[in-house]
Design a protein around this ligand. Structure first.
Ligand SMILES: NC(=O)C1=CN([C@@H]2O[C@H](COP(=O)(O)OP(=O)(O)OC[C@H]3O[C@@H](n4cnc5c(N)ncnc54)[C@H](OP(=O)(O)O)[C@@H]3O)[C@@H](O)[C@H]2O)C=CC1
Ligand SMILES: O=CCS(=O)(=O)O
Length: 253
């Protein structure tokens, strides 16, 4: 029986790499994101290998999410893996310098968007039961505070606790839940965070060894294809060359 994976944020970074990785293993793909042209490119690339269904979708739009799930073609109606990947960070400036709108965008996307999609797909995942997986993409930022993380890190802390609580309610259904919490990985993430500052993105990922989108896609695939009786609750993964900053101390001149 061919398994299906529903990927949010499939137009870039981790989500696009995951689409390719699951396609390699013969999964049918439901690929979503706001950039239709990128969805169509990926569909063109992968539809020769596996069945692909693309949906132009903003996860913040509750009605659109429900419609996308309700209108899944029969061949994609049974979803075995949900990759709640869509998300972003905005404004790496100190909290006091950040527009409230940017905070709302991160909450609406990383928190409300994730719960919108999860709520819509829970029934089909429960129908699948043993072996089904919900993989939520958190972040090291959800555990470890740093300057400029403000609401972003807090949204990822939500991802962690939501994942744990979801596990408790799904207990007995066989559905697994995992929070994968990456550190620094080279995608469009920093370009988005800095609203298009390519130099800032190049500077962050230059002269070091960040993780790649493929590194994280491999973790997603590993978690999703564990034996059905195993659940990884939390998987934090960083580049060897990234560690936590020390405590900062304010001193008199
Ligand atoms: N790269 C990193 O260092 C890390 C990233 N993460 C998390 O990983 C996830 C993927 O990020 P990454 O691949 O790095 O970044 P990218 O910016 O490369 O990809 C983000 C993806 O999310 C999608 N997305 C953003 N907003 C929405 C929305 N409102 N509705 C639907 N899709 C949306 C984008 O698609 P589109 O714009 O087409 O809608 C895009 O496909 C995010 O949740 C991020 O927070 C976690 C830890 C580290
Ligand atoms: O979530 C992204 C990773 S980091 O920018 O917090 O290191």
């Amino acid at each position: 029986m061919t398994k299906s994976v529903f990927i949010t944020g499939a137009t870039s970074g981790f989500g696009r790499a995951a689409a390719r990785r699951f396609a390699e293993a013969g999964y049918s793909l439901v690929l979503t994101g706001r950039r239709r042209e990128r969805l169509e490119e990926l569909e063109q690339e992968l539809s020769g290998k596996v069945a692909v269904h693309v949906v132009e979708l903003d996860v913040r739009d509750e009605a659109a999410v429900k419609k996308a799930v309700d209108e899944l073609p029969e061949a994609f109606a049974s979803i075995h893996v949900l990759l709640n990947n869509a998300g972003l960070a905005l404004a790496p400036e100190p909290a006091q310098d950040v527009a409230l709108e940017d905070w709302h965008t991160m909450i609406d996307t990383n928190v409300k968007g994730m719960v919108n999609v999860t709520h819509a797909l829970l029934p089909t995942l429960i129908d699948i039961g043993a072996g089904a997986s919900i993989i939520n993409i958190g972040s090291t930022a959800g555990k470890w505070p740093y300057k400029g993380s403000h609401v972003y890190g807090a949204t990822k802390a939500f991802v962690e606790q939501f994942s744990y609580n979801l596990r408790c309610d799904l207990h007995g259904t066989g559905v697994r839940v995992t929070d994968i919490a990456p550190g620094m990985a080279e995608t469009e993430f920093t370009l988005v965070r800095t609203k298009g500052d390519q130099a800032a993105s190049d500077q962050l990922y230059g002269n070091t060894t960040p993780m790649s989108a493929e590194d994280i896609a491999e973790q997603m695939f590993y978690v999703a294809t564990l034996p059905a009786h195993l659940n990884i609750n939390f998987l934090e993964i960083q580049p060897v060359r990234q560690v936590w900053a020390g405590m900062a101390v304010d001193r008199d001149e």
